[in-house]
Design a protein. Structure first.
Length: 419
């Protein structure tokens, strides 16, 4: 199905001999770019020594990879997960790179690749697992996944239902690990560990060596309730600078402007009494209804389990006179329509699966949901568009996977009397 290439082959083809050169610890290794959803993308400069230490730890200890393993994570080269995948070589593992779609010729393709190459750690996303479930894919039945030991997930929080789907349809012995990190540190803040139990809907633990905490608006640690994700001590792979940021003002404002000297990442999390982590979504896109803060992922986990719903997007829009409007945009699976019966079913599911406060003010059928090119929902740009911002000004051209989708929301705002 896919070609293989061993390290000696490029050299045999006449490639120049690699000559390692010693550089300082903070010597630039990569410039990775943020998604551009809140303005111009940030060029994030990472250090050679910092990334080497962080990734060697992540691959060898957290991912538990070694020379006997084969590592495959479906990703785009424009996303930090591709850099993460390549670093599997640090642990001596073989890596699999795939140039193709996860849904062509069917949603079965990644599982077939995993079986063909005897993959021991396969990485994917919640959206991919949800699509496989809706398509009726049966990986364990149709493929020999006896080599597969662990399943990774990134891009957004993995809902509880996905853990049970993996156990029932991929394998009950396979460890499902959700991770949360970012391009900013080209690593994870929290995720799986081979020595910590897995709890559905939760990230088992802070990543090894990460001083992760959850703080309230006063900068005080909170447990069992929602707070800001902060890192209170430096990580090796924190950026050395931003590209074209003389003096570092933009860098400091991005991460240290809220809590001086403490990294604020911009995610809402809950740290449980067993030290696991629940990710609720971006804090700059947080729903704040009647003074109660809620994460959008809490709603997605409920709505996107419904057979009628392919995907959803919920937005909280501040309006004049202190009013607040919280619509839910739903993309329907073929053969379904958003009638009164389905609207009522969605509302009841959210009320039961989240809380009455999570029930949206309005449910609207949409043709598609806009994402970054790495698959993250564009909540903030859509919110700004619904507040009458020009789509051309809310984000960089080309940062969306389908710009026409953003234009649909702009047209919706124009033709609809937004409350």
């Amino acid at each position: 199905m896919a070609g293989r290439l061993s390290w000696p082959e490029p050299d045999q083809a006449g490639s120049p001999e690699l000559a390692p050169r010693a550089v300082p610890f903070s010597h630039p290794l990569w410039v990775l770019f943020s998604s551009g959803t809140t303005g111009r993308p940030k060029g994030i400069v990472h250090s050679t020594g910092g990334v080497l230490l962080e990734h060697l730890k992540a691959m060898s200890l957290a991912a538990d990879l070694g020379e006997q393993d084969t590592f495959f994570w479906y990703t785009s080269p424009s996303w930090m997960v591709w850099n993460y995948l390549v670093s599997g070589l640090l642990a001596g593992a073989r890596i699999v790179c795939y140039d193709g779609s996860p849904s062509h010729p069917s949603w079965d393709v990644l599982w077939a690749l995993g079986a063909e190459h005897r993959v021991t750690l396969l990485g994917t996303s919640p959206a991919h697992l949800r699509s496989c479930a809706q398509a009726g894919v049966e990986p364990a039945r149709d493929h020999d996944l006896s080599a597969l030991r662990s399943l990774g997930s990134s891009g957004s929080a993995l809902p509880s239902s996905a853990y049970f789907w993996v156990a029932d349809h991929v394998g009950s012995r396979i460890r499902a690990n959700s991770t949360s990190g970012g391009t900013d540190v080209v690593s994870a803040f929290a995720g799986g560990s081979p020595v910590v139990p897995v709890w559905p809907g939760e990230l088992p633990a802070p990543s090894l060596g990460v001083a992760l905490d959850s703080w309230d608006e006063r900068g005080k640690p909170v447990r069992g309730t929602v707070g800001e994700l902060v890192v209170t001590r430096p990580m090796p792979s924190m950026p050395v600078s931003f590209w074209n940021d003389p003096g570092g003002a933009r860098y400091r404002e991005a991460y240290f402007g809220t809590y001086p000297g403490v990294w604020r990442h911009g995610d809402w999390i809950t740290i449980t009494d067993r030290s696991s982590v629940i990710v609720h979504g971006r804090s700059d896109a947080t729903l704040n209804r009647h003074g109660v803060r809620m994460g959008s992922s809490d709603i997605y986990h409920v709505v996107e389990q419904l057979d009628e719903i392919a995907e959803a997007l919920v937005i909280g829009v501040e309006l004049p006179e202190g009013e607040y409007w919280m619509p839910l945009f739903a993309v329907l699976n073929p053969g379904h329509k958003l009638d009164d019966a389905l609207t009522g079913k969605i509302r009841l599911a959210i009320r039961a699966g989240a809380s009455p406060r999570h029930v949206p003010d309005e449910i609207i059928a949409a043709p598609a949901i806009p994402h970054t090119r790495t698959g993250k929902k564009l909540e903030i740009p859509v919110k700004r568009i619904l507040q009458e911002a020009d789509p051309r000004q809310v984000m960089e051209a080309g940062a969306a996977d389908d710009p026409d989708t953003l234009r649909w929301f702009a047209a919706y705002q124009t033709r609809t009397s937004v409350p």
